[in-house]
Design a protein around this ligand. Structure first.
Ligand code: GLY
Length: 379
């Protein structure tokens, strides 16, 4: 029997596998319905930008910042463990404003962050262009968040995958779970298209697909919907931009090899992963507002991913009251890459040390429960 069975081979599942292994857990199996790291974690932009992206102070902002701050150590550890550099780029994030509304919103964001002791620098248009000469002349003012960074999410996935391979984490791909196996009020493993797998603990890191699993408990408190995001890419000379650059309408992410990613859409289209010409045009307009020279570039790549979103848009992390043997780590929505390190840490602390952080209280699945699951009828 497995000590732990992790369902889902995206950045969350792979990070949890590594963290559990590093803390001494044996017999870890990770099950992936397709190929590890090829869904929303692969499609992401890799921004680690809680300050640039969050509108208000609170526990969600806190968990995002805490996870971001785990990245320097994670990047160093993964390099020594696997030889893969995840390209953590720490030049900060630039946020441009073009309209009155942009200025109002960004000044308000900066005010509460500065009052709370976070670093934000306000720049004139000229100062911003000195920092990033390829941006538009039309900006009103700009803000630098020096502690918001980026990582190459595909390299991160490769490093986590290699860690699993090097450390005898059993990875089973192209196998999907149909139902949780439950006995009394304990999850004993899962039924898959290739038979049953049993485990002392099952972790659901199933992202947008969480609600497709027959959970064997009713009513199950968590509902996760897919939300499509499309990104386009252009090829430029390397190092044309140093930083991730946002406007209120989208963002540009420069990669070290000269690619510039422009994202992203937010579309409720179910499990449809298609890419569309209209999205490519829309994203090119957003990118051109930030950096007008982009209008002359051709799009060299275009992809999409399905973000996993719970009803309130917040992550779901924790166990379900009245149901032993199950831990849920899903619904990271726009923040899967950012929240992977802390999700892995909180999961490991809960499963191995029996310590549930206050974050699990806040983000646990019980927040959706209408009645204790243990009292509900099994389906
Ligand atoms: N975190 C950026 C996005 O979801 O587009």
């Amino acid at each position: 029997m497995n000590d732990v069975l992790i369902i889902g081979g995206g950045v969350i599942g792979l990070s949890i596998a590594r963290e559990l292994h590093k803390r001494g857990m044996k017999r870890i199996t990770l099950l992936e319905q397709g190929v590890c790291g090829r869904e929303s974690s692969w499609a992401a932009g890799g921004m680690l930008g809680p300050q640039a992206e969050t509108d208000e102070a609170g526990v969600f902002f806190d968990i995002c910042c805490e996870s971001r701050d785990l990245y320097p150590q994670l990047a160093a550890n993964l390099l020594s463990e696997t030889g893969i550099d995840i390209e953590l780029e720490r030049s900060g994030t630039l946020y441009l404003t073009f309209t009155d509304e942009d200025v109002r919103e960004l000044r308000a964001r900066c005010d509460w962050q500065m009052k709370a002791g976070f670093v934000v620098e306000r720049l004139t248009g000229e100062e911003a262009r000195k920092a990033e000469p390829a941006i538009s002349n039309d900006i009103r003012e700009a803000f630098i968040f020096p502690n918001d960074w980026q990582v190459d999410n595909r390299k991160l996935l490769a490093a986590l995958r290699r860690y699993a391979e090097m450390n005898d984490v059993q990875v089973i791909e192209n196998t999907h779970v149909t139902t949780l196996v439950k006995q009394d009020n304990t999850v004993k493993g899962v039924e898959t298209n290739a038979g049953m797998l049993s485990a002392a603990t099952t972790v659901l890191a199933t992202g947008a697909w969480t609600s497709l699993i027959q959970l064997g408990v009713a009513p199950f408190p968590v509902r996760v919907e897919p939300v499509r995001g499309q990104i386009i890419a252009f090829q430029t000379a390397p190092a044309l931009f140093k930083r991730v650059i946002y406007s209120r309408r989208g963002y540009l992410v420069p990669r070290l090899d000269g690619r510039i990613l422009a994202g992203s859409t937010t579309e409720n289209v179910g499990f449809d992963r298609s890419i569309t010409d209209s999205a490519a045009e829309e994203l090119k307009v957003i990118a051109t507002e930030i950096a007008p020279f982009v209008s002359a570039l051709s799009i060299t790549d275009h992809w999409s991913g399905l973000r996993p979103k719970a009803k309130d848009g917040l992550p779901v992390l924790g166990s379900v009251s009245g149901l032993a043997g199950l831990f849920i780590a899903t619904a990271h929505y726009r923040n899967g890459i950012l929240l992977a390190p802390i999700s892995a840490k909180l999961t490991a602390e809960s499963l191995l040390d029996g310590v549930d952080s206050a974050y699990l209280e806040q983000f646990g699945p019980d927040r959706f429960a209408v009645e204790p699951v243990g009292l509900a009828r099994s389906s």
